[in-house]
Unconditional design. Structure first.
Length: 108
């Protein structure tokens, strides 16, 4: 299973466009995200980017400050790793900073 992430902007008329390219990551790194964010990443689904950005920024800070601990959480099956998990958080954080009116969307 994997998560697909995107930041959606309502263009009016009920249509959404992606503010950043959609991307995915294996759900095997979910424990890392939960640890770093202090909540399950799927709880950000539907959240305005301006509200999600500080949560993501704190998660990035936590992962960067104790990266070795997150590397120890790398899935034993080799699908996903702390490097990729951190990259997802950074990409979402940066997208939320750039597009604060967007909505975080994910499917899983």
């Amino acid at each position: 299973m994997s998560y697909w992430f995107r930041l959606a902007v309502d263009t009016g008329g009920g249509e959404e466009v992606d503010a950043i390219h959609s991307f995915n990551m294996t759900s095997n790194v979910s424990p890392m995200w939960t640890e770093a964010l202090g909540r399950r990443i799927r709880e950000l689904d539907g959240m305005p980017a301006r509200e999600a950005e500080p949560v993501l920024a704190e998660g990035v800070r936590r992962m960067e400050s104790d990266f070795g601990r997150y590397q120890e959480m790398d899935p034993p099956n080799g699908w996903g790793d702390a490097v990729g998990a951190l990259d997802v958080l950074r990409t979402l954080r940066d997208g939320c900073r750039t597009h604060p009116a967007a909505i975080v969307r994910m499917s899983y």
